[in-house]
Ligand binder design. Structure first.
Ligand code: CUA
Length: 337
């Protein structure tokens, strides 16, 4: 292939790769909404995109035609004549953008007010607190607190109060609702709804320090019955060690001072600095979604947390030997709902 042809082919391939990359089914796809709020927001995206594509086509297609049709040809020589002022054209390109902006503004105002108002009817209250670098989910009506996984009943309105324990974070579940900041000292509100049971990944969307990119969570939408059983499980969790190994782990948990930072509902551990560990053995993921919930990953976290979440305030316990790590892990994995 000759140089220019090869360059053109390369550019076409790169463009195709970029375009087709958008076709993959991704778990955090704003274009594939799974709830009322995300659908409303997608409607606004589509409307503005439609207008933009229309304006671009109306400008660039005639431009391309004119450039080709009236290009300089051999022997032309003369400069083209000049013309001044065209009231019709000037009127059209003044009025048309105004009309387009109104078409864009009206539904935007309407949906902004809709999103700012909690729909009438029953709602599940969840207070979401951003921490460096994990999310806390507090259900004041049920008296339960958890982390990493926000359980909600599918089809219900979830009334979210957003807070931060340290710096500014942003709560974002792309398939359920747009971003909302979590600001220290200020309560902000948003609501969302998931159509169907499922797991909807979310993440922090505001740079908040070293491990911002690792500050993830899952929204676990369940049938109303399954959600109720999770709530009662959290209210009456398993706390007693299930084996002699786990019993050793419970003793170590107390000796190492873990209770200074962590709460385990139904025990004397009532610390509020780190994530609430009630029912941690029943979570799908741990450590803000960075690790799967299994003894090996949990053991690695306890041994050297900063290797997984750089900058974490979780202290490392390098002096724990293998069997001590196994004991603590067995104790924590046995804390179930
Ligand atoms: Cu929290 Cu970024």
């Amino acid at each position: 292939m000759r140089g220019p042809v090869r360059r053109l082919a390369g550019a076409a391939l790169a463009a195709a790769a970029l375009l087709l990359g958008g076709c993959a089914a991704l778990p955090q796809d704003v274009l594939a909404p799974h709830g009322t709020v995300a659908r409303m927001e997608l409607g606004l995206i589509e409307r503005s995109l439609g207008i933009m594509v229309g304006v671009a086509a109306a400008v660039y297609i005639p431009l391309a035609y004119i450039l080709l049709r009236y290009r300089e040809r051999p022997g032309d020589g003369r400069a083209p004549g000049t013309s001044e002022g065209n009231t019709l054209l000037e009127g059209v390109w003044t009025v048309l953008p105004f009309v387009l902006l109104v078409v864009l503004a009206l539904p935007t105002f309407r949906d902004t007010f809709r999103l700012a108002t909690l729909p009438s009817g029953p709602a599940v209250d969840v207070t979401v607190v951003g921490h460096q670098w994990w999310w806390e989910f507090d259900y004041p009506a049920y008296g339960i607190v958890t982390a990493d996984e926000m359980h909600i009943p599918a089809g219900a309105v979830i009334d979210i109060t957003l807070r931060s324990a340290d710096v500014i974070h942003a709560f974002w579940v792309p398939t359920l609702a747009g971003k909302q900041d979590a600001i220290p000292g200020l309560d902000l509100h948003m609501w969302l709804e998931a159509d169907r049971p499922g797991v909807y990944p979310g993440q922090c969307a505001e740079f908040c320090g070293l491990s911002h990119a690792l500050m993830r969570f899952d929204v676990v939408a369940q049938s109303p019955a399954a959600f109720q059983s999770w709530v009662s499980g959290m209210q009456h969790p398993v706390t007693a060690p299930q084996s002699s190994l786990a019993a050793e782990g419970e003793v170590l948990f107390a000796q190492l001072g873990c209770a200074g930072c962590h709460t385990i509902q139904g025990t004397s551990a009532q610390g509020k600095v780190g994530p609430n560990l009630t029912g941690i053995g029943s979570r799908r993921v741990i450590v803000a979604g960075a690790l799967a919930n299994n003894p090996a990953d949990l053991g690695q976290w306890l041994h050297d947390p900063a290797s997984i979440i750089p900058g974490t305030v979780m202290p490392s316990f390098p002096n724990l030997n293998g069997s001590q790590l196994q004991a603590i892990t067995a104790y924590l994995e046995g804390l179930r709902v």
